[in-house]
Design a protein. Structure first.
Length: 576
């Protein structure tokens, strides 16, 4: 008989270690979880198989690496098949990271996605370091479970484009929520309780507050507590346009150094990085973290330091005014800034295949939204793109889909994707890479049902069944709103520093130097991240020839603040 409580299972064939585990786990978790201990890998797997057959929810599995019958990494890799949503951690003894076989097994297990983390075995009671590791894993697991009470519940047609937009917005902004199809028993019950049967969908049900039938982005944002209008203050030392990694990093450093700072963001905290299911190569996070989690950490850090945010607002105009700049927002509000930092990022390019545009949000998605993954459990999923974002999306989707195929036009991933992701993709039995392949068409009835694939060398075409297509190709910079005084290359990316006088080559705005500097009014040359308009800087993906990595964007955002300080000092001296 299945238990109502989710399961924590620990496997260790060392009786002493298992005894310490039992004390720590039962004392702390027994009330809310069913805690199971097994002394052999065979019994652990048998129990996990029975839990699957009974429909039990497994939250966390812990396994010692050096079990007699198999290794912990092999056992946990099996758990991924039996309970895809469970978190998996390798148990190691204190100091074992100095043991090369253990360290090698741990690195490989994490790199290949077989395990989520390692946990040092408890050796005292209470062992709070042990519990801190477990709490993080359990929090991650709980955030993906619909049955857990959430602040917001979305009831909608799962194949509605607006449903996708709302769920993606909530996920990227780090808002805990659950989703139910409107024709499911629980969805129908929620609509009945809210007295909204027949109301326009989606319906957003709030834990505290009235339900919202088909809310706008602005209404939804206000419901989960973010500011969507400017405060009375309308003058700042620095206005940052964009709350991706570069903008958030700049906000943290600017506010910490005493600059009055405003961040304007049109969609979601984190920008494109907020859609990344797992970033494994970011400094300081050994097992990785999601883009949304990284963004939320940075947002809270900037906010606590004094940064002001206005969300769901886009900058629509920028014009210089006597040693300052006036920024206009899409609601007509205006702010004056002594300096401006452009961190507005990029948007993914469209496929430009007209039949597929009708299925946006109904099987065709631009970018990767972790909120959609579970919807395609057992399905056929395709990912277009050869960069890190595409690789991260494919690995995460592989937890749910029966098969994931990555489509790339070239013959290799090595030039565009990090090695750790290539290794992880190679290790996934249900994730394949289709080289020299592109999308030629597709269609369906109410949602995407099939795709036409084309071989780029032979032009041979194949029609395949498809439940979802995630497109992560190229990028278009969000710079159309900028004034002509800010020089851009032939693709629209903002030129900064020495690039303002460089020959960037055909197709990128060759020999832009003369025109780019026509409006420069200062005796000093532009700083490294400064644009052709004095006092306006650009960092991250929106900047020409930037390195398209999260860590690089964070670095640029922090370095730009020192240059902004130098600019403000220059302006102050000129004013005197």
């Amino acid at each position: 008989m299945a238990s109502d409580r989710p399961v924590i299972l620990a496997a260790d064939d060392d009786p002493t270690a298992l005894g310490h585990l039992s004390v720590e786990l039962q004392r702390r978790y027994e009330r809310d979880y069913r805690v199971v201990f097994e002394g052999t890998a065979a019994r652990a797997l048998a129990e996990l198989e029975m839990m699957r057959d009974r429909g039990e929810r497994v939250a966390l599995v812990l396994a010692d690496q050096w079990l007699a019958e198999t290794t912990g990494t092999e056992l946990l890799a099996r758990v991924r098949d039996l309970h895809p949503r469970a978190r998996r951690a390798l148990l190691i003894a204190w100091g074992a990271w100095g043991d090369e076989p253990t360290a090698a097994a741990l690195r490989r297990g994490i790199a290949l996605g077989g395990i989520d983390d390692y946990v040092v075995k408890p050796w005292k009671s209470p062992d709070e370091r042990f519990h801190r590791s477990l709490a993080a894993l359990l929090e991650e697991w709980q955030s993906t479970e619909a049955w857990v009470p959430h602040e917001i519940t979305v009831v909608a047609d799962p194949w509605s484009a607006r449903s996708h937009e709302i769920r993606s917005l909530l996920t990227r902004n780090g808002v805990s929520h659950a989703f139910y199809a409107s024709d499911s028993p629980e969805g129908a019950r929620l609509l009945q309780v809210a007295d909204l049967e027949g109301a326009p969908l989606p319906v957003v049900v709030l834990r505290n507050g009235p339900p919202l039938p088909n809310p706008s982005d602005d209404e939804l944002a206000r419901a989960y507590g973010v500011t969507t209008t400017l405060s009375e203050r309308r003058a700042f030392d620095l206005v940052i346009v964009g709350a991706g990694p570069a903008g958030l990093s700049a906000a943290v450093y600017a506010a910490s150094e005493g600059l009055s700072t405003l961040v304007v963001e049109g969609e979601a905290i984190g920008g494109q990085a907020g859609t990344s299911a797992m970033i494994r190569n970011y400094l300081g996070f050994s097992r990785g973290l999601s883009g949304a989690e990284l963004a939320q950490r940075a947002y809270r850090q900037a906010w606590i330091l004094g940064t002001q945010f206005v969300m769901m607002r886009r900058a629509t105009a920028l014009r210089p005014e006597d040693r300052s700049h006036r920024v206009t927002l899409d609601d007509g509000a205006e702010v004056v800034a002594r300096s401006v930092l452009l961190a507005s990022g990029v948007t993914y390019r469209r496929l430009e295949i007209e039949p597929l545009e009708a299925f946006r949000g109904r099987g065709v998605f631009y970018g990767s939204s972790p909120s959609e993954a579970a919807q395609f459990s057992g399905g056929q999923v395709f990912v277009v793109g050869g960069g890190n974002s595409a690789g991260q999306a494919a690995v995460y989707l592989g937890r749910y889909a029966e098969r994931v195929r990555i489509l790339v036009r070239g013959s290799s991933l090595a030039a565009s994707m990090s090695r750790y992701l290539i290794d992880e993709i190679d290790a996934q039995p249900n994730v394949d890479v289709c080289y020299r392949t592109e999308i030629a068409g597709g269609g369906g009835a109410r949602r995407l049902e099939w795709l036409t694939l084309s071989d780029t060398e032979t032009d041979a075409r194949t029609t395949v069944a498809a439940d979802a297509l995630f497109v992560l190709i190229g990028a278009h910079p969000n710079t159309d709103w900028l004034p002509p005084a800010i020089a851009r290359d032939g693709y629209g990316f903002v030129l900064t520093g020495t690039d303002l006088g460089a020959d960037l080559g055909a197709g990128a705005g060759a020999d832009v130097g003369a025109d780019a500097m026509a409006g420069w009014t200062l005796e000093r040359p532009p700083f490294m991240f400064e644009t052709s308009l004095p006092g306006v800087f650009a960092v991250g993906d929106v900047r020409a020839r930037s390195v398209k990595r999260v860590a690089s964007a964070v670095g640029e955002g922090s370095v730009a603040i020192s240059q902004i300080h130098r600019h403000l000092d220059t302006v102050r001296m000129v004013a005197v």
